[in-house]
Design a protein. Structure first.
Length: 288
């Protein structure tokens, strides 16, 4: 049996992203979304989530590219302008040099969790912006927060190394995917030992930000039995979003792919069950 979680990241970052996620849920195959407590469109996302209770909502823990939620001292996480470091590369450099206090990380992430819990949303899982929750040393922090907020599921972004996608991609992307997969597999051992379950398979790193219909169909063609997660980034206005975020994502193209008749027919033809982190059969895969 194949169960598939299609999770849209960055819910709450921008209203165009929020609208794209809901449209991809209502008219497409998105089953889950990850909510950013510090996103500029957080309240808008919460309103949408309350109107669409079949959309699973996880927490998209954030330490880069946004503003902090904590009102107390988290200065080692911040630039001189009082914002998080703009990129994960800058954060990782400071982290590996020992310049970022784990106490500040835990305090900030706890504040993010509390902000989302206070909305009354039933949190289905934890993941993170730029996948920093699998960085060595951080799983122990995340485990404490998961226990505190009674969360039992987590993303493990370990895309199979032998999965090559549909089109030639820069060697740098394959290298980044390989490094992430190695960190994610090490983190999985920590998380699973501490009782946090995760999908067996993850896809969406190689095609991150450019999940075309062809790329999505290729993943579905190669989907293994068990529980898989595909990470996606839909939005309704690529032009506006590119002015706000310098990532070069193809938000509207992803939205079209997720609503594609060919994709929806493929899911039905191959008997792939669309689930979220709450409805998937994690008990069957906990030990795998």
């Amino acid at each position: 049996m194949k169960q598939l979680i299609v999770n849209a990241d960055d819910f709450g970052l921008h209203e165009s992203i929020n609208d794209g996620i809901v449209e991809a849920h209502m008219a497409g195959c998105v089953t889950s979304a990850s909510l950013m407590a510090g996103g500029a469109a957080f309240e808008h996302a919460v309103q949408l989530a309350n109107r669409h209770d079949r959309l699973g909502i996880g927490v998209h823990l954030t330490l880069v590219g946004a503003n902090p939620v904590a009102r107390g001292d988290v200065h080692t996480l911040l630039t001189e302008a009082g914002t998080f470091f703009p990129s994960y590369g800058q954060f990782i450099k400071q982290y590996l040099l020992g310049r970022i206090a784990k106490a500040h990380i835990e305090y900030e992430l706890r504040c993010q969790m509390q902000k989302i819990v206070k909305t009354g949303i039933n949190i289905t899982h934890i993941d993170s912006h730029q996948h920093l929750h699998v960085l060595p040393g951080l799983p122990k922090v995340i485990v404490r927060l998961a226990r505190e907020f009674n969360i039992h599921k987590i993303r493990i972004p370990a895309e199979p190394i032998l999965f090559l996608g549909t089109s030639p991609l820069p060697a740098s992307r394959h290298l980044a995917r390989g490094c992430l997969t190695v960190c994610a597999l090490a983190a999985r051992r920590v998380y699973n030992r501490q009782g946090l379950a995760s999908p067996q398979y993850f896809f969406g790193m190689l095609n991150g930000g450019e999940m075309s219909q062809a790329a999505l169909l290729h993943i579905l063609d190669n989907l293994p039995p068990g529980i898989s997660e595909i990470m996606v980034h839909p939005g309704t206005n690529t032009q506006d979003l590119r002015q706000a975020f310098p990532w070069g994502y193809h938000w509207q193209e992803e939205l079209a792919s997720l609503k594609s008749g060919a994709v929806l027919e493929k899911l039905q033809k191959d008997d792939i069950a669309l689930v979220n982190f709450n409805s998937a059969g994690f008990d069957e895969c906990r030990s795998k």
